[in-house]
Design a protein around this ligand. Structure first.
Ligand code: ACM
Length: 263
């Protein structure tokens, strides 16, 4: 099946959820009938100084300005949107990504592999990896930023049936955009990396590397955005290509696994 898919690469202002969400809303105003992936923590910003900031910027899944605006936009423009946000659940906080489809909340993923000082603010994800089948043949697997360095993340999503990996990121290290090509080939999936740009100079300074991209199941780099410019990109994909795991008449990526030799 053919689907329109894409991403938005933004440069959010730390803590200014309304401005950042309104900005994304405006930029997507003319995008219709598409799966769109947004970066990790795309509206709150990333570089927290204090737990009090995490507390005040987090919401329950499905509540708050970000969810209201994106639900409205996704219904109006017939969109599926995957986006990162700071989640509050009772006394715990998670670095999460939700999927909203045409005005409805479909699912939520909590980042499993926390990076660096995220461990001071967030609990590790406790929901496992999940694949959301939203139009029979669009099977969305979600992961968040540092999850990429563990190849088990993408592999698990593929084995669960994902044909499109949606990767919400705030990358600071330079390796992921190239590594994602390998992840696509070794799992024969489409890969949408939505990263941010800009610098957050707070107690610590982090600069984000952009280079959001879409990769085909055979490792073709369909598009890669610049390191330092906001950007939107959309394209058409055929998910049936990613559903076939035969590499040639002898090799199948799933059937050929030798699980008895893996840890
Ligand atoms: C990261 O996991 N945001 C680097």
């Amino acid at each position: 099946m053919l689907y329109n898919v894409g991403y938005l690469q933004n440069d959010p202002e730390f803590g200014n959820i309304k401005k950042n969400v309104d900005d994304v809303y405006k930029k997507l105003e003319n995008t219709k009938d598409t799966l769109i992936v947004l970066p990790e923590l795309f509206a709150s910003g990333y570089n927290f100084n204090e737990m009090s900031e995490v507390r005040s910027l987090s919401t329950k899944t499905g509540e708050g300005y970000t969810f209201e605006a994106l639900s409205h936009l996704s219904q109006k423009n017939n969109l599926h949107i995957v986006f990162g946000y700071p989640e509050k659940d009772k006394d715990k906080f998670f670095n999460s990504a939700a999927l909203i489809s045409k005005g409805r909340l479909i699912g939520n993923y909590r980042k499993i592999h926390l990076f660096y000082k995220e461990k001071e603010f967030f609990s590790s994800g406790d929901l496992g990896f999940k694949v959301f089948d939203i139009e029979n043949s669009l099977k969305i697997g979600i992961m968040i930023c540092f999850d990429w360095i563990f190849p088990e993340s993408a592999r698990t999503l593929m084995l669960m049936g994902a044909n499109v990996i949606c990767h919400c990121a705030n990358l600071v290290l330079p390796f992921c955009p190239d590594a994602a090509i390998t992840r696509s080939v070794e799992n024969h999936v489409y890969y949408i990396l939505a990263n941010r740009i800009g610098t957050e100079a707070r107690k610590e300074t982090h600069s984000f590397i952009g280079m959001s991209e879409i990769i085909s199941p055979t490792g073709e780099l369909i598009n890669r955005s610049p390191k330092d410019l906001e950007d939107i990109f959309t394209t058409k994909i055929d998910t049936s290509i990613a559903d076939k795991k035969d590499l040639n008449p002898y090799n199948n990526l799933v059937a050929d696994r030798r699980k008895e030799y893996y840890l």
